[in-house]
Design a protein around this ligand. Sequence first.
Ligand code: SF4
Ligand code: SF4
Length: 442
Amino acid sequence: MRPSRALDSYPTLDRFMTDDARASSTPPTVVTVPPFEAGDRGGRPSLPFSVLAKPTGAACNLDCTYCFFLSKEVLYDADGQRMTEAGLESYLVNLLTSQPDGPVEIAWQGGEPTMRGLAFFRRAVELAEQLRHPKQVVSHSLQTNGTLLDDDWGEFLAEHRFLVGLSVDGPAHLHDAYRVNKAGRATHKQVMRGHEILTRHRVDYNILCTVHAANQDHGREVYRFFRDDLGARHVQFIPIVERVTQEQLPIAEQGWKDGSGTRILYRQQGDAVTSRSVSPAAWGEFLVEVFDEWLQHDVGTVFVQHFDVMLGNALGQYSMCVHAPECGSALAVEHNGDVYSCDHYVEPGYRLGNVATTSFQGMLQSAEQREFGRTKRTSLPQQCVECPVKWACEGGCPKDRFDRTPSGEPGLNHLCEGYFRFFSHAEPTIRAMADEIAPTLR
Ligand code: SF4
Ligand code: SF4
């Protein structure tokens, strides 16, 4: 998941705002949704897509218990997970050649990307400026756990206007349940130091909060902590669903390591979940609690990705692959240049090629990737097809579709109950907001 900005629509939502919000409302940056149709603009490719690149692969300085991404290190030699400078150049040449004119985002995540060092990112910014097409406007983003940030990082991120996604799971007693370091110790204090660096240097940031068994019953508390204690204005919530087979479950429960401490490779398979995973009902209640708090106090001043996404869907503007009818335009690039269908499918069977040998447009338009994206729509069970909130949900992410419907049909999203609860609850308000905004978009 990458940090994102909110829909530029709140100034027209005057009647939903508090007086304070109306006075201080400033429009955030618009999210444009990649169309699925390829076209041509003056010989430049025009199929926008996004890429999450991992300069240190899955390597991370922390050891969050629910982080199945860490297990991806077994795909590659764990010690050699560093994108080289030649690899960086090859990646950026391919990316900037394949992207159309207009805004291009260069997004970094991991593992923990800051482990690759500041010099690497300085070079990335410099190269992007040299390699971009004159009509491309490059922006940078970075997803981080925040623990390695210092003033040099703060200055750099502010100077180059990075959008930073900072992972925080709430106040210390909730955050530290699973977000621990290699010694199993709490990390909240270090993350707060990282947050302080970002705010002091006025770096644009989003909070990325995973929702799991430890914080799932504390939606309002978590949200208030972000808003009131951190002063956050952009928040994203990500449900933790650690899907496993019954055989893998005991190993997964120990943090994805077997008895000898060796990691096992996480794959999208099985129909069990770990005890750390968010429960479907709690996921719905969490979002409902946050929505009600937001609606009462924060329309136009705090931007919560799920609410923006729902509003976008009501207006026919899909801004998040999970809740769009189709997906397949969000690729992942490993440290060695290998490209995968999606960040959640970095596993054998979903490798599309390598940046050194195949263009991104070629990989995006390959039969396998088109099929990957289309399947999100074509594999929906009948329950979703007939669902009254399908317009907002679109069946969720295929990685989580491993339950059966009451009639026994496979492919129902594990979080269905929660999605249905939240989208049904928010629908009247979001529809009313969409009605206010729609005339301004014509
Ligand atoms: S599988 Fe599709 S919907 Fe899920 S995260 Fe990947 S691109 Fe998005
Ligand atoms: S709420 Fe449930 S039934 Fe409705 S579209 Fe979403 S996953 Fe399908």
